[in-house]
Design a protein around this ligand. Structure first.
Ligand code: ADP
Length: 255
């Protein structure tokens, strides 16, 4: 039996007086495609940001790929992680954000090659070869020398996906990646994600309001409300036959 690649155990996250996650536990198996859905403010993005080490936790334990995140085992006890450890953990996870976050003064190719060259010491020629393969995969090889400002939102988001993939992460996190796009540009980004899901064995966690896409993409759907998992299950169960009233109310409003 395979071990979970992500294990969250009793996670508490507070922002000042506000408790955003209140004893959250969940596990994700290697290769699993997970959709996190639920009302705004229920803590979905916070979970992704914690996994990406962009936020720390107020309590609990997290294991990613067998290693503790934020705490390391030393001489049998857990001590806070140092920067080197966090750096190592960050390489296992790629994240794509709602607002692309491309480097505006770098061309598309440099956006994709920068992290492998700087953080992994990959030679420019090898980084560029890999970047061109990834840009080809997202349908943007011909834009390698363009600047981000010359691209549409959908194209920028596809570059951001290629950039996250350049470090060959085991886990990819997608945070409402189509929310900032004009409706006609959404599908080109979803198509890239469909392809990734079909052609790779990466573990993928997706926060989304695109319920149709979540249904087709996910192996499992988690419905969050107020920092807790209210209901989880196969897409058909959650979308067609939810048992919890809060899930039913949410889906009635959104679909
Ligand atoms: P979701 O992704 O489900 O919409 P979030 O994880 O973004 O929810 O936010 C959960 C709650 O945490 C919200 O109430 C939000 O306002 C709050 N929050 C998120 N980030 C911060 C922050 N940096 N400082 C204070 N509050 C925050």
């Amino acid at each position: 039996m395979a071990e979970p690649i992500i294990r969250l155990d009793n996670i508490v996250k507070k922002f000042g007086p506000l408790t955003v996650l209140d004893g959250l536990s969940m596990e994700v198996m290697p290769g699993e495609k997970l959709a996190l859905i639920g009302p705004s403010g229920s803590g979905k993005t916070t979970i992704l940001r914690i996994l990406m080490t962009l936020e720390t936790i107020s309590g609990g334990f997290i294991q990613v790929d067998g290693d503790h995140l934020y705490h390391m085992k030393k001489a049998g006890s857990l001590v806070p992680a140092d920067e080197r450890h966090l750096h190592k953990m960050r390489e296992k996870i790629g994240m794509v954000f709602q607002h692309f976050n491309l480097f505006p003064h770098k061309c598309v190719l440099d956006n994709v090659t920068l992290a492998p060259m700087l953080t992994k010491g990959v030679a420019r020629s090898a980084a560029e070869k890999r970047a061109m393969e990834l840009l080809d995969m997202v349908g943007l090889a011909d834009k390698a020398k363009s600047m981000p400002a010359q691209l549409s939102g959908g194209q920028k988001q596809r570059v951001a996906i290629a950039r996250a993939l350049a470090l060959s992460p085991k886990i990819m996190l997608f945070d409402e990646v189509t929310s900032a796009l004009d409706p006609e540009l959404v599908e080109e980004v979803l198509n890239v994600m469909r392809k990734l899901a079909a052609e790779t064995d990466m573990t993928m966690l997706l926060v989304t309001h695109e319920m149709g896409f979540a249904h087709d993409f996910a192996d499992r759907v988690l419905f969050f409300d107020r920092g807790k998992i209210v209901e989880e299950g196969k897409p058909d169960h959650i979308f067609r036959n939810p048992t919890q009233e809060r899930t039913q109310t949410f889906l009635r409003k959104i679909i």
